[in-house]
Design a protein around this ligand. Structure first.
Ligand code: RRO
Length: 313
């Protein structure tokens, strides 16, 4: 029997395994990032970096439930220079995706100018969808702002760039956003960020479970898998085929990964499951995916990627 090949490519980067961490999960400090690289993850995403370090929102700001999680971290990170330095001094065969953002558009542009001017040549992910900066809407829900930032970025940025998108819920939103994204030389999109501004209630205490923003925050985990599947599928049907897709949202099993790839994902990110289970989740889910592919007779991801069938009674 031929060995099963789980490799996948985005831009010039080859991932030997298709599972990496979602930005914001086990990736703020060098210790955490090295642990991801040493795990069975196929690569590493950094915490979304801002120009200057940030402490983030007050605690408690993350809470686990049986079906997932809520967070309002508020972009705690060590600052862009720290992540550029970590990457420059890390010797690894695994791709590292540098996530970057800012609380103002001007800061996001400045951050990308620094990356453009640096020696870093890997994948970079512009986060257009943080739901947790107090008083700041998610750019990805504003078509004009999305166009403006991409116009400004691609006026100077020539390295491989992806965008992290918020979840969309209406088919017309996919049409409108895909029409914009198709106009730019994007290497990939990442769908989806957490489902912003949900609320988890503790019925016993009769209060919310996280402190920032009156308890509102981004929802991750099992709750959001159908939304992630829909976003990956809808964008795969609308984006130019050269724009690859990272599928993120609600994965806890190899079957979930299989479903996201069936919808069109090139690789898949793990978020809440790694927060709840730890880095061993990568090896477990890789194995579950391998077993499922073997049972179905698939040898590589391309054998079933985007092959989701419509219901045909
Ligand atoms: O740091 C956060 O609060 C955060 C970010 Br930047 C994001 O993109 N998504 C999320 O759920 N939390």
């Amino acid at each position: 029997m031929t060995a099963i090949d789980l490799s996948a490519t985005i831009g010039n980067e080859t991932f030997q395994h298709p599972l990496i961490n979602a930005a914001g999960v086990w990736d703020e400090t060098a210790t955490e990032m090295n642990a991801v690289l040493e795990s069975a993850a196929g690569g590493l995403t950094t915490k979304s970096a801002t120009l200057a370090p940030r402490a983030g929102n007050p605690q408690p700001r993350y809470f686990d439930t049986d079906l997932g999680s809520i967070n309002s971290m508020g972009l705690p990170n060590q600052g862009l220079a720290y992540y550029l330095d970590f990457i420059a001094n890390t010797d690894t065969d695994k791709p590292i995706d540098l996530s970057v953002t800012g609380t103002k558009m001007a800061d996001q542009i400045d951050a990308l100018k620094q990356i453009q001017a640096s020696d870093f040549a890997g994948l970079c992910e512009l986060n257009l969808s943080c739901p947790n900066v107090v008083g700041k809407p998610q750019i990805g829900y504003d078509l004009e702002a999305t166009k403006e930032i991409l116009d400004r970025v691609f006026a100077f940025y020539t390295k491989p760039l992806g965008v992290k998108l918020p979840p969309y819920l209406d088919l017309q939103q996919y049409d409108a956003m895909a029409e914009i994204l198709n106009q730019y030389p994007l290497t990939y999109i990442n769908a989806i960020n957490s489902v912003g501004n949900g609320l988890v209630v503790d019925p016993e205490a009769e209060r919310v479970v996280i402190k920032p923003k009156g308890g509102f925050g981004g929802i991750g985990g099992k709750y959001i898998k159908p939304v992630a599947l829909a976003n990956v599928r809808a964008f795969r049907q609308r984006l130019r085929p050269e724009i690859k897709i990272i599928g993120t949202g609600g994965v806890t099993t190899g079957t979930d990964v299989f479903e996201l790839i069936l919808c069109g994902a090139d690789i898949v990110e793990l978020g809440t499951v790694v927060m709840q289970e730890g880095l061993d989740a990568f090896a477990r889910i890789n194995q579950e995916l391998t077993d499922l592919m073997a049972a179905k007779g698939y040898q590589k991801l391309a054998d079933f990627r985007s092959h989701l069938q419509e219901y045909d009674a």
